[in-house]
Structure formats: C-alpha cells, structure tokens
Design a protein around this ligand. Sequence first.
Ligand code: BES
Ligand code: MN
Ligand code: ZN
Length: 489
Amino acid sequence: MVELKTVNLSNAKVETLVVPVCEDSEIHTNKTVISLVESAKALPEFKGKGGDRITLFQPDGIRIARVVFMGLGKADKMDGESFRSFAGKAIKFCIEAGLSTVTIATPSAVSAKMEPVTLFSTLAEGACLGNHIFDQYKKEKEKKPVKKVILMATAAQKKTYSKRISCVSAICDAGIMAREWVTTPSNDKRPEAFARMIQKAANSEGLKVSVKNDAWLEQQKFGAMLAVGQGSSAKPRLVTIEYVPKNSKKTLVLVGKGVTFDSGGINLKPSGSIETMKMDMAGAAAVAGTMMAVARFKPNVKVVGVMPLVENMPSGAAIRPGDIIRSYAGKTIEIGNTDAEGRLILIDAIAWAIKKYQPDTMIDLATLTGACVIALGEKIAGVFSNDKKLSDAIVASGENTHERCWPLPLPDDYKELLKNDFADLNNISSGRWGGAITAALFLSEFIGDTNWAHIDIAGPAWASKASDYCGAGGTGFGVRLLCDWIQNQ
Ligand code: BES
Ligand code: MN
Ligand code: ZN
C-alpha cells in the first residue's frame, strides 16, 4: 500500500498532495513544494504551527487537484514519532474525505539528527498503521481505507530505501493483525478458535506451527495452565511457531500470555474492571504477529513463539482460592487469588520452552498486572530482566519504535512476599504494594539461569480512545518493539 516513487510535481497529475510544514524553517528542497508552502504561509490562517491545516485546490500552473498542508510546529522538535503522527493524521484526513490515493511530500531538510532512513520508515509506519479500520462487526462500512500512499523520493532514495519500506510494511501488517486479534471479542476467539487463527496466519507465511490440545497438556503435566483453564468449557491450547533459518547461531524464544477472556475466575472481577478483558491475550497476539513479520524479514537467528491460550472463567469446575496445584516445573503453588492467572499459564509455557529450546534469550510479553498500569500509566510497558544489557536493548528498541518501555527492578528480598505455609509458592503477594514486581518475581522462579526479560504490557496493549495512528481497541503493542530488537540481534 505504501510505495516510494519519483514524482515530478511540475507536470504529474496528482489527486492529493499532503505537505508537512514547520513553522520556523523550510524542511523541503523540492522547488514546487517550496513555492506551494510559501503560498499557504501567505494566508493568515496557516503558519505551520502544530495542528494547523489548510487545503488549496488546483493551484495555478500544475496538475494537482488538492494540496493539504499540515503544520508540525518547530523543526528542531521533530523526531521519528512526529512523522509517524503526521502520516497517521494525513491518512485519517484522507479517509474522512473519501480519497483513495495520497502523495506525501517527503521533507528532505528537517534537521541534522533526523536520518533519511528514519524519515522514510516513520512516514511509512504512520501511514500503514493509520490506514487500519476495524469494521468486521459493522454491517455498514462507513469508511474506506486509502488504497495507495506514495512517498515522494528521488531515484537514488528509491533504490536505497525500497527494501526497508517493504520490511516496514510487513511489520506494520503484523502489528495490525495483532490489533485485530486483540479487538476481536472473546466469543469469537476462545482458545481453540484463536489457536486456529494463529495457525492459519502462520501457515500462509510458511512457518512451522503446532497446536497442542488439553489431552497433550495433561499428559505433559502442564498443571498450572490446566488449572486456570479448568473453569471454562473451552479447553486450553498451546501454540508454538518456529522460524528456523539455515546456519542460525542463536535461539530466541518469545512467550506471550494468551488469556482469551479474564473474568477473574472465582475471584470475579467487578464491573469497571472486567469489560475490556478480551484484551488479556495481547501478549500472545504480539508474539504471533512478530512471528508473521519474522517470516518476512528473515533474520539469521532462530525465533520461536510460544503462546499458552486459556479462558479464565468461574464455574463449578473452576479452581478455588486455597487450591494447591503442581506446575510443569514441579513446584507447587497455592492459589491465593484466581485472578492472578497470567503468571500461572506463563510459568508452564516458560519452563517447557526452556527445556525444549534452551534459548539464548527468552522474552515474555504479558498483560500481567494492573499494578504496572498504576506505576507507568497506559502508554508505557514495564521491563524486568536478569540482564541489564537485555533490558537496555529493549528500552532502546522502545525508543526507536515509540513502543515505550521502562525498567523496573527484581529485588531478591521481595521474594519473601511469595512464600506460602503449605506450598512452594503463593500465586499472589502477601503484601499490598509492588504488584508488578512480585508478579515478575513469581515468573523469575521458573527461569533458572536463562537470559530473560519480562515485559508487562497491561497498560499499552489497549487504547480506550484513538490516537494519531492507532484506533481505539487493541494497539498491537510489542510487534514493532520485538521486531526492532530481533533485527538488532
Ligand atoms: N489481566 C489482569 C491484569 C490487567 C489489569 C491487564 C488491567 C490489563 C488491565 C491480570 O490477570 C490480573 O487480574 N492481575 C491482578 C493480579 C492480582 C490478583 C494479584 C491485578 O492486577 O489486579
Ligand atoms: Mn487476572
Ligand atoms: Zn489476566
């Protein structure tokens, strides 16, 4: 949908040209664009301030039907995220107006710190991601996505960046797939159904995928995962996707929490907390999405995605507070709270994946705790790791992609809070505070000496309202982050 193209604005026929404009400096070098910007800035209502917008129709002497100028503010404030937002807003404007082809005037003189590759990539990202409309469940499809986005480029730029842009598109498509899975209602993505969706997507990318059922999980003694799923009439599934290149030196394992609905179980969530719990599989969606992108950009490391899928429901068959279960790793756990279910499914998947794949690095993504949302808000994920270098690399990928992550500690002395009188561990802390940390510490009990990071995405996995390049609902958080990190391995 996004392509780089050499466009000669002095004679080409263009339906819609969108031009980003800074208030204090000329960021374009194309002569036609510069003179168009001059004519826009001559008007009192447009100065290029952030949020300014004006449309000129059929400017003299050229064959452009309309030119939309969008103000960005001051040039030295621009970074990659400014251009994602700009492109997202430009696409949104075109969708609202019912336009089908958009040409974006790529700026060429923004600032010394903005590299051209960042400029092209972030414009493409904002455009791809901003063009997504979730309307599967609407009879009337009110809006249509834009059909084609052209980023203006010189012949040399086209040659240098085209490959990069198709990689960006693949990653954004995967992010959109993750968004859609997260927004899909729980009645249409119970574990078996969600497993089939992932399997279908993986098959079409030529990836090796396996779906294990409850009988297999029982035979293999996934006691913690089965305990969470036992209250639901839809039984758990374990999905594994493998990407295996020739001559790979490293194995990376990604694990994603896949609770297709988290009612809380017998510790039922109250109104106000339960309504969005279809999003509790966002970790699994991000891991699955990442695997689809990996199949496209083909890194030279082995990547395995592991997705435990369960539905957490209350019923006569559900686990009770006080029950003691035996996890895959053999440790016993007293259920202090049936709503602390994510950590239970993760430890079985993690312990199994470590045994099966002996990863060089393992990263898990999970909508694990409300406490992490209290700590970092709705837009930033928490990162916990036993390796400072790994958490630094994840934070750096978060900056590159604007899927922001912030490190949180794994203090040894807090482990005391997970002690239990009757079992090896309690699944909740005996204290009130630091719930994101105690949840991560619980996971750390099952890691051994594996190089590992846990990313708590409870906040950023879901957006209650639309932003510049993401609609309300699932955000696909984690796909671009993990892809960036994998590309740096
Ligand atoms: N899925 C929730 C965490 C969550 C909360 C995700 C808000 C997204 C938004 C998780 O399973 C949960 O219920 N955690 C409990 C843990 C508690 C019982 C120790 C929580 O955070 O309250
Ligand atoms: Mn829960
Ligand atoms: Zn949950």
